[in-house]
Write a protein that binds this ligand. Structure first.
Ligand SMILES: Cc1cc2nc3c(=O)[nH]c(=O)nc-3n(C[C@H](O)[C@H](O)[C@H](O)COP(=O)(O)OP(=O)(O)OC[C@H]3O[C@@H](n4cnc5c(N)ncnc54)[C@H](O)[C@@H]3O)c2cc1C
Ligand SMILES: NC(=O)C1=CN([C@@H]2O[C@H](COP(=O)(O)OP(=O)(O)OC[C@H]3O[C@@H](n4cnc5c(N)ncnc54)[C@H](OP(=O)(O)O)[C@@H]3O)[C@@H](O)[C@H]2O)C=CC1
Ligand SMILES: O=C(O)C(=O)Cc1c[nH]c2ccccc12
Length: 432
């Protein structure tokens, strides 16, 4: 870690009869990066290359905790590999076009070790606030011990703060009337690993984004009977068009045509390849797929086989939920269906508003207000990586911009400090 402990006397923050917390102050000669997912690792690597010291704080006990702890076994990247690698370190040549989550995790581990990035694990940022008087960020954290039985509080003081906690930091768990009476097993998709234990069960999958579709498909493959809730609408696109990635095609088209035209082309191709999906209950939104991704952050589904199961009736599409009763769900169309368990594929949200004491750069939903490509730089040394709704490729672009900007001001400030020290030294010497 590149930091200097100020050795300040421990300050008693709160008095708790069971725990006496002490908060240690640590000066960081560079940025504090919050989050050790792909975004935090990418910005850390780019800073390393430019000789800027930093620290990375991570609440989990490992890097890329979303990928390691909160995703299902059959997950594969659904964009081709060239859009998913991080700066300055390509995927191994033998990786398939769509790497598995385990290959991706291995790559991230090699990435962290190649750039010698050693995050401070089990440390959750609880608040970060800009101190106007000193022109510095104060980042307060709580660190869990290895045993998990004791906690220590820290305060990091720094000039630059990089937010890399992700668009998917917390699960969204909506409230449903009667869910406590339901009695069956209920969990969020982030805790789903495989359909192994659901053999023969009727499972209500709430949500039809990429998670809902892929969990439903996995349940089918494990001989369960999924019912997938589509309460509003969804764009389903083929992952490939005539053997070529539709995402790659969209990126190429965007260089020549406006977004609305690209959306029209994507929808014509989807219709040609997938047919009319609306007759199966998968109503398309009014806005086009890329337009909707930009405006509302809603990712189109890239189909990897769920649609075939919908067509054959193996995945049953049902409308919104009215309420739950014991062993049953009542739908908005009045139908009452018997079900065994529920999987909430209801999405994720950013957690930035819960800890960052700032509301100019980030909006209430925890995403920077400025749209791409200007969403990475705030004021007073505040930065964001991985919030442009452009997946891993967007995070890599942010990491490069952020690291260059920080390196520039870090080098200027370090030079000024060195000059000040040298002139102070000269003044002291002249007294002799
Ligand atoms: C199931 C799933 C599949 C996906 N597949 C793809 C894909 O194929 N291609 C693609 O481009 N994108 C995909 N995404 C999008 C995904 O968001 C990115 O791939 C990527 O994980 C984003 O990286 P990140 O570092 O910004 O966020 P994350 O990976 O979420 O990492 C953020 C880190 O910050 C930590 N953190 C959060 N709050 C705090 C705090 N207060 N203090 C300390 N640490 C904190 C978290 O523990 C986490 O480790 C997928 C998302 C999901 C949910
Ligand atoms: N293979 C891959 O690479 C995968 C990538 N991902 C990515 O992870 C991110 C998150 O995806 P995902 O987890 O699917 O989340 P999304 O936010 O994309 O989808 C959430 C779904 O839940 C529905 N929903 C929310 N609340 C309710 C409710 N109260 N009742 C009924 N339905 C509800 C939403 O419906 P509505 O639209 O009406 O709000 C929507 O269909 C995306 O970026 C996605 O692309 C996910 C899985 C696999
Ligand atoms: O955020 C995701 O889940 C992704 O897979 C990355 C992504 C960014 N922009 C998109 C547009 C269409 C499909 C996927 C993505």
């Amino acid at each position: 870690m590149h930091n200097i402990s100020l050795n300040m006397p421990p300050m008693v923050q709160t008095f708790n009869p069971e725990d006496l917390f002490t908060r240690r102050c640590i000066w960081v000669n560079g940025p504090v990066i919050v989050g050790a997912g792909p975004s935090g690792l990418a910005v850390a690597a780019c800073l390393k290359e430019q000789g800027v010291p930093f620290i990375v704080l991570e609440r989990a006990n490992c890097i890329a905790s979303l990928w390691q702890n909160r995703t299902y076994d059959r997950l594969k990247l659904h964009l081709p590999k060239q859009f998913c690698q991080l700066p300055n370190f390509p995927f191994p040549l033998d990786f398939p076009e769509y790497p598995t989550k385990f290959q991706f995790i291995k790559y991230l581990e090699s990435y962290a070790s190649y750039f010698s990035i050693t995050p401070q694990f089990n440390e959750t940022v609880q608040s970060a606030k800009y101190d106007e008087t000193f022109g510095l960020w104060r980042v307060k954290t709580i660190r869990k011990s290895h045993s998990g039985n004791s906690f220590n509080e820290f305060e990091y003081i720094c000039r630059w703060l990089v937010v890399a906690t992700g668009e998917n930091a917390e699960k969204v768990v909506p409230e449903f009337e009667g869910l406590e009476e339901f009695g069956g097993h209920v969990m969020h998709a982030c805790d789903y690993k495989s359909g192994k234990s659901y053999n023969g069960q009727k499972v209500l999958v709430v949500g039809c984004g990429n998670s809902g579709m892929e969990v439903s498909l996995d349940l089918c493959n494990h001989h369960a009977k999924p019912l997938m809730v589509v309460r509003s609408s969804v764009h389903v696109l083929p992952r490939e068009v005539f053997g070529k990635s539709i995402f790659e095609l969209a990126v190429k088209l965007m260089k020549h045509f406006p977004l609305k035209v690209v959306d029209k082309i994507l929808l014509i191709l989807a219709r040609l390849i997938l047919g009319n999906v609306e007759k199966h209950g998968l109503k398309r939104p009014k806005e086009g797929p890329l337009e909707l991704k930009n405006s509302a952050g809603k990712t189109p589904v890239l189909d990897i086989g769920a649609l075939k199961k919908v067509r054959s009736g193996k995945i049953k599409v049902v409308p919104g939920i009215k309420k739950f009763t014991e062993g049953k769900v009542e739908l908005v169309d009045g139908r009452v269906l018997q079900i065994d368990s529920v999987i909430l594929a209801t999405g994720y949200r950013s957690n930035v508003p819960s800890w960052l004491k700032e509301n100019e750069f980030f909006s209430n939903d925890g995403i920077p207000r400025n749209p791409f490509p200007n969403g990475w730089k705030g004021s007073a040394g505040l930065y964001a990586v991985g919030f442009t709704r452009r997946g891993l490729s967007g995070a890599s672009l942010d990491a490069i911009s952020v690291s260059h900007d920080i390196a520039k001001s870090w080098k200027e400030e370090t030079k000024q400090k060195k000059k000040a020290v040298a002139s102070h030294h000269r003044r002291c010497m002249s007294h002799f």
